[in-house]
Each structure stands twice: as C-alpha cells, then as structure tokens.
Design a protein around this ligand. Structure first.
Ligand SMILES: NC(=O)c1ccc[n+]([C@@H]2O[C@H](COP(=O)([O-])OP(=O)(O)OC[C@H]3O[C@@H](n4cnc5c(N)ncnc54)[C@H](OP(=O)(O)O)[C@@H]3O)[C@@H](O)[C@H]2O)c1
Length: 340
C-alpha cells in the first residue's frame, strides 16, 4: 500500500523535477495529483511513463491525500498550505515562507532527519534554500569530527534558481547578443546576466547582506548547529543548472585534508572528485540530473588556525529543492506514516 501524493507547482522547474524524482526513486505512490495555477489547468506533465493533466489548485480538495509537495512560491503557499494541512495532508514546502518558524522543522535528511517528528506541530515541513542544502550536506560530517566554528562561503548560483523566467532571460539575452536590434534588457535579474555575474540574489537588508546571504546563515544554524557562524556572498552566474560554492571552514580542532577527504568519501549524499590535476574536479554542467553533492579541491587553509577550503557543486533543482523534498517524504513514509 502506498501514498496519495500531491505535487503543487507541477508545471515549474522544481515541480517537474519532483515528479521525475518520485518516479526515479520508486516512491510508493497509489495516486498522484499534479496542481498549478488556473493558467495551467489541463496542461500535460509527465510522471514516469504516465501523462498527468494539471488541475487548478484553487479547486482542489486535499481531504484524503497523505503528502503534498509544494513548489509554488510564498504567496500562493500562504493560501494553500494551511488548507492542505487542515485537511490532514502533510505539506513539504519549497518556499521560504515557513523556514524560520520555530514550530516548523527545516530538514536536510542527511543532517537532521530526527526533526521529521515535529511535522505534527503544524502538519508542515520546510525545505531549505538551494545553496544551504548542498552546503550543510558537506559540512555535517566534518562538523561531527572537528567542530566547525566559522564558515566563509561564496556562491556561484545558476539562473534556474530564479525559476523558469530566470532560465528564459539567460537564453534570450544570450541569443539577442548576436542579432542586432534584438538585445534583451534585464527584467528578472537586476543587471544583464548573459556573459556577466551579479553579486545580488534577493533583496538587500539593513546589514548590507542580501536576503539570500542571510538565509544561508539562519538556515545553517537551524539545521546543523546554532553555534556555527556563517558569512556568505551570493552571486548569480550565467549557468542554467547547478550551484557551485567556494567554502572556507575554521574548526575547533585540527582536521588534516586527507582525513577530511576520507570522511567526505564515506558521508551520505556526497561524491568526492578531487584529483590534483587539470580537470580533476566537478563543474556545474557535470552534476545536472544527479542526486549527489560533489566535493572537490579539498585543501588546508594555512592562513588561519585549523582551516580547510573546498569546492562544492550540486544540481540546485535536485538536492537544492526537489530531491531534498522527496527525501523528506521518504523519511515521513519510513519513520512516521509507515504505509508503504
Ligand atoms: N529553483 C530552485 O533552485 C529552487 C530551490 C529551492 C526552492 N525553490 C522554491 O520553489 C518554488 C518554485 O520554484 P521554481 O523554480 O519551480 O519556479 P517556476 O519554475 O517559476 O515555477 C513556479 C510554479 O509555481 C506555480 N504557481 C505560481 N503561482 C501560483 C499560484 N498562484 N497558484 C498555484 N500555482 C502557482 C506555477 O504554475 P503556473 O505554471 O500555472 O504559473 C509553476 O508551476 C519557489 O518557492 C522557489 O523559491 C526553488
């Protein structure tokens, strides 16, 4: 016996990946519903070898459904997630709406799976920001060994992190560069993204950090350890899929680079590709469609006490969103709902 599963946002980047991953990981599905806005009613989306007709979320009754995977942005989530929860359907949400609510668990299954039991507080579980998810997967096993004090991270985030419109803007701007008179002005992003990089993701806060940078700090504390200090600089780059991060870590205890590499090789969700030769590391185009968080360039930072540098790459639509959400659904299934 399986579950009755809803995918809300099924026409979007994350929603489509959630459908793919439910199928790839053979999640025990008895019945599935694909939802989006009224605009998409009747649109067809794939689920394995089946085709699903998208339904309007406004008209959907969540009664009798077990799990709803949401990827519809905060505004629509605010309306429909409480409706689903009140009907007894557990919501796993990709938006940032509930991530900082102390009553709502924020989960990366490789890091804090035990938090799944708190789902019952509000029948909602939050999925982290894409850049946080891959980073904490890499930090967790190292923290367990040598206690992390401080992290300095710079991100190189792909345009798919800004949804379908972000991908379209990079594609159209790039094509427009070669056709006189067809230049495409910046709209989704603050400046030209084709052949450029933009050191702003989300809005500016009074501190001078952007909201994306603040999210990496706040979410790492909630998921991994409130004692860890994180400072981030988040940058949008002209890559379609795959976020990269340069991570500098300071530990309480000394951690040798070879031991760190061995620890990461054994850690769940991680693939180490770290040959000190040309091309002996992973780039974003190589991680697209994969489940793993790749770690490369592991090396001592001798400019601080107990320092380490590494390079971390993952498919932001997968570990950064859809895969993590499905892994949370698996946790719920295995540890709490236990139907499958
Ligand atoms: N992309 C990432 O890397 C990433 C990572 C982590 C979290 N997230 C979060 O996941 C969510 C979706 O992101 P995305 O990248 O998939 O965006 P997207 O490609 O732009 O897709 C947005 C989806 O939301 C649906 N939607 C929009 N307004 C709606 C409404 N009022 N009612 C019902 N459905 C509505 C859209 O349906 P229509 O097609 O009908 O408009 C579409 O299915 C966002 O909250 C985002 O912050 C994204």
């Amino acid at each position: 016996m399986g579950y009755k599963v809803v995918v809300a946002g099924a026409t979007g980047n994350v929603g489509r990946e959630m459908l793919n991953i439910l199928d790839e990981r053979m999640f025990p599905v008895d019945e599935i519903a694909a939802l989006a806005s009224r605009r998409s009613q009747g649109t067809e989306v794939s689920f394995g070898d089946k085709t699903l007709k998208v339904k309007d979320i406004e008209q959907f009754d969540f009664t009798g459904w077990d799990i709803a995977l949401f990827a519809i942005g905060s505004d629509a989530t605010k309306i429909h997630a409480p409706r689903a929860a009140a009907a007894g359907c557990v919501v796993i949400d990709n938006s940032s709406l509930y991530r900082y609510d102390p009553q709502i668990p924020l989960i990366v299954p490789e890091v804090n799976p035990e938090a799944v039991h708190d789902y019952k507080n509000k029948m909602i579980i939050a999925n982290p920001n894409c850049s946080t998810a891959q980073m904490v997967v890499a930090l967790k096993p190292l923290h367990d060994r040598a206690r992390i004090k401080r992290v300095v991270v710079s991100t190189y985030q792909s345009v798919s992190g800004a949804g379908k419109e972000g991908m379209d803007e990079l594609w159209n701007q790039t094509k427009g560069m070669y056709v006189p008179g067809q230049e495409v002005a910046a709209k989704k992003f603050q400046k030209q993204i084709a052949f450029n990089v933009i050191p702003q993701i989300d809005v500016f806060l009074d501190s001078g950090d952007t909201k994306e940078e603040w999210k990496m700090t706040a979410e790492t504390k909630k998921i991994l350890d409130p004692a860890i200090k994180v400072t981030a600089t988040c940058v949008r780059v002209p890559v379609f899929v795959g976020h990269s991060e340069s991570i500098n870590i300071e530990f309480e205890d000394f951690l040798d680079e070879d031991e760190a590499r061995d620890i990461l090789r054994e850690a769940p969700g991680i693939l180490v590709v770290d040959k000190r030769e040309p091309g002996g590391y992973t780039t974003p185009v190589e991680c697209v469609g994969d489940f793993a968080t790749y770690v490369s360039r592991i090396r001592q930072d001798v400019t601080v006490e107990n320092g380490l540098n590494l390079w971390c790459v993952s498919d932001n639509l997968r570990k950064g969103a859809a895969l993590n959400a499905v892994q949370i659904a698996e946790l719920l299934g295995n540890r709490v709902l236990k139907k499958g």
